[in-house]
Ligand binder design. Sequence first.
Ligand SMILES: [Zn+2]
Length: 300
Amino acid sequence: MNAQKYYQGFKMALFFMAGVVVCTDALQYIAHARAEVEDTTPRAVLAANEESMDDDKDEDTEFEAGKYASFEKDLEVGPEKEEEKQPAVQQKRQVQQPAQTTPPPPSTSQWPVTYSNAQAASLTVVVNKKHRLSSSYTPPLVSVQGGYLRPEAASALNQLFADASKAGVSLKIISSFRSYSTQVATYNRWVARSGQAQADTFSARPGHSEHQTGLAVDVGGVGSGCDLSTCFGNTPAGQWVAANAHRYGFFVRYPAGMQGITGYQYEPWHLRYVGSAAAAIVGSGLTMDQYYGVAAGGYQ
Ligand SMILES: [Zn+2]
């Protein structure tokens, strides 16, 4: 009888150990798959973007590398690699305490990051609630369609408007470049009207607005009646913009259902210019923040 008990006990122990090994492998596989997915696309794209930068190449390269480094920090790639080297006994303890495999949230003290003016000048600068522009940053601007944008974005927008017109869609600019001081007034006005929590869902705090880059533009359909409203997305103008903007280097920066990542409600009217990277960003199905692996979400 004792021998049978020992045998059953031995079987149970074997089962348990096999379970531990399978769980550990699965966790490591998931962690690596996640790192790979986030890893490869941005690296390849960042490399391509670095090549396309004409001036300030060194600064831009450092900037992109810096952005990537901070993302790696978020993923806590280092500690996961260390776990691989640990003996099986310690891996077992790891499985019993799954909370340890979840990367801790980044220290709130590091947000927001303020870009240098050289970094801010990159066509692919990711401005969001965790990454802001300096109050002293003003891009070079030219007049376009009644607004002001950086020259690259302005000529692309002219082409976009012209082709939209040929397709029977009449577009207009509602808002384009906004200076830091204009954003101070805009944001304060919304806070006074709606309260800060509500204002933060659709109006950027000063320095956090893409409009300060000179690469963002709010467009509307002439006579559509949906200016700065989500119904713009359902109008012929809104649908044409969503389907074609990437061909001109623009894309809808705040898509529907992505508020948890972008930090903003759906804004079918808000277009961001990045140049040749736009098609790849749209094709990826990711937000710009995700595509470049830059921390986003709320201010904290
Ligand atoms: Zn906008």
